[in-house]
Design a protein around this ligand. Sequence first.
Ligand code: PEP
Ligand code: MG
Length: 904
Amino acid sequence: MSEDQVSKKFVYDFTEGNKDLKDLLGGKGANLAEMTNLGLPVPPGFTITTEACKVYLETGAEPVALCDEVSAHLEALERQMGKRLGQPDNPLLVSVRSGAKFSMPGMMDTVLNIGLSDASVAGLAAQAGNERFAWDSYRRLIQMFGKTVLGVDGELFEEALDEAKRAKNTPNDLDLDAGDLERLVDHFKEIVAKQTGHEFPQEPREQMDLAVRAVFDSWNTDRAKLYRRQERIPGDLGTAVNICSMVFGNLGADSGTGVAFTRDPASGHQGVYGDYLQNAQGEDVVAGIRNTVPLADLEQLDKSSYDQLMQIMSTLETHYKDLCDIEFTIERGKLWMLQTRVGKRTAAAAFRIATQLVDQGLIDEAEALQRVNGAQLAQLMFPRFEEHAKSQRIGWGIAASPGAAVGKAVFDSYTAVKWSRSGEKVILIRRETNPDDLNGMIAAEGILTSRGGKTSHAAVVARGMGKTCVCGAEELEVDTKRRRMTVPGGAVIEEGDVVSIDGSSGKVYVGEVPVVPSPVVEYFEGRMHAGADDADELVQAVHRMMAYADRVRRLRVRANADNAEDASRARRFGAQGIGLCRTEHMFLGERRELVERLILADTDAERDEALSALLPLQKADFIELLEAMDGLPVTVRLLDPPLHEFLPDITELSVRVALAESRKDSNENDLRLLQAVHRLHEQNPMLGLRGVRLGLVIPGLFAMQVRAIAEAAAHRRNVKGDPRPEIMIPLVGTVQELEIVRDEAEKVIAEVQAATGTDLKITLGTMIELPRAAITAGQIAEAAEFFSFGTNDLTQTVWGFSRDDVEASFFTAYLEKGIFGVSPFETIDREGVGALVRSASEAGRATRPGLKLGVCGEHGGDPESVHFFHEVGLDYVSCSPFRIPVARLEAGRAAAGKRSSDSR
Ligand code: PEP
Ligand code: MG
């Protein structure tokens, strides 16, 4: 036994923990403890820590001390309850439930009714005064234990249950009486014996220990691993196990079980939201197996429990200062709380709830920023279905997770994955989903079910993933076996037919419904005003949250834009300048021909002629851009890509030349072009003649661009504008390269200033996008007035990953093997690329205090990366126009002190 194991305490009574111990007790355990200490009616119990699970997962055995600790807590529980686990005449029964730090709905195991056996089933019947209930509880134990602990195929139990119902000629399991259930128990036991080669374990403590071990093991099932990868939950956290004395919702009409939200998780509105199922145990509700009634109906069914529940919900919301979701059971009119947690919610609800809680005085603005994140905002910017589109509605279910999804109908997860891999958009249609459908849910554009409520598996998981979901569309008859769905009126949707689902209204359509921009985008575009009387509530909430973020953020947010249209949109979205104008985009289309002439020039005169023709075009480009961003900085990057990109495709050209030659009418220009293509061909163009290297090799190229920028700025001054251009040199590896370009640029700027009589104040800086540049940043800062980190190329060169190839070729394998949780081209690799950004920033500023620092790689708009750039002390991030609101929000969240993923 290691010292570590001796000193650790592996079991905590519910009275010992609290909500802040999620790392150790898991979310469920920590919150059960919190509720116990708030004096709420929680059935007594204890929690085995995640540390115990970690020891088990690392060594393959439970920590040595665990057995004795569990015994001590079990004895205490038995004393408190006045009965012993599985005691034949008066049995204590317990539930064994998983509970990790982050909720993983339905991913891990739970076993109820532990302690029941052939010996104690009669005792339970006597205790409850209800023989049917005792046999029903026992069959549930064998079924759940058989499936999750002993690995028996669950279908076998389902079939046996169906057979019993058929024999009784009823579709409803409530019609099975005690005798039917006793026979079913025998049948279930036979299934276990046949499938496992062992009798169903009759020893209560053995049942409990095996169930605990099964929960530990369920941490590493394929579906749990997949879920964690999807949700970016670390794989080494382990799960806690909660052992809780059983209370029963299946004792008759005065009993039941339900789930509730303290406010609507789809809209954020306050009210009574949830589902209740009379005479049932917990898993019946979550699994969406039987249809529930709205929670509000409980008021009629059991007024006193309802009132108490409302009271508790209000206590919890005030205590947690957030939306909570709850699982409860009513046993013969007595209410018990089985779980609470800060509830998952839709993106729209997250924004609304955050502002509502500020208005209620429960949280401040900084805390409100922690309740939302950039990924949610991005989701709100997705388009919606056009309201007046002529489309045929075929069903109307529950709006479980918003969005507009269109795709081909598929009826199983395997097909969903297969079709989506071949590029098809699919809608996964099921009667209800279960955890085995996770792969298909990930692959699908949206999920449609015909059964289950807002708290069904499909709804909870889809919301967590940000996927569109409509559930409980009961009028749709889903036939998974025949891969079809019958709609009211008898029409049939076959696999492959296109359907559209609206997760905000719950409506289902046949065919493709046209989509329109989201109101949030309309707001950012300035076409909808948050102050207007009819403004969408959501728009108002987004408006306020953006204001909170803008008030606290330190990072400025600029745009990557290279035309006036993008620049204007970026400005409407809140950009504070342009951080990257890629000038190569200005050399396409009709201008290609001029670039060809530049490349093919044999003499200085020919080259100068091509450059002179390009100059006014470039100048016009910059005038437009400077006008769109008047008064704000505009960083123009000099030409970057390899020259051959401007020449025709080598194969096409070779064929053209060969054909012409065979016809003996060869074209002189094509021949020269072909020679140039051969001359400029590179094995590794990304590492070849591009960026500053081009400027140094083609005389006059950069000078022409600098002149165009300077003349454009002078023009803007003349018309009383406020141009603020910054010139940026790409792909610099050594300060010498930069010095040569800088000297030339300064000369050109001085000439333009003299010729126009203006003082232009154009700054000169460089991209830091090669490891050598980052390592020698201290020297480079001597010649640069600003740095902008090009994290695309920096990631490519630090990892040695071709940015054009690797994501499609082997990243899936890397992600599956857990080598990284997310592509380093998407989220900054803090330890590698990030370390270079940090050290280059420090070295640069050591040389030139106040050196302006920014980033213009794709990472500039990635939520997690924005937090890193905030921490490192950059001045700004620059990203594509549509990501600007996300970057502003995350910059605000970073300043308010939270990591991007903390609002999970
Ligand atoms: C970069 O490399 O990060 C960058 C912004 O430049 P580009 O993507 O144009 O190479
Ligand atoms: Mg680059």
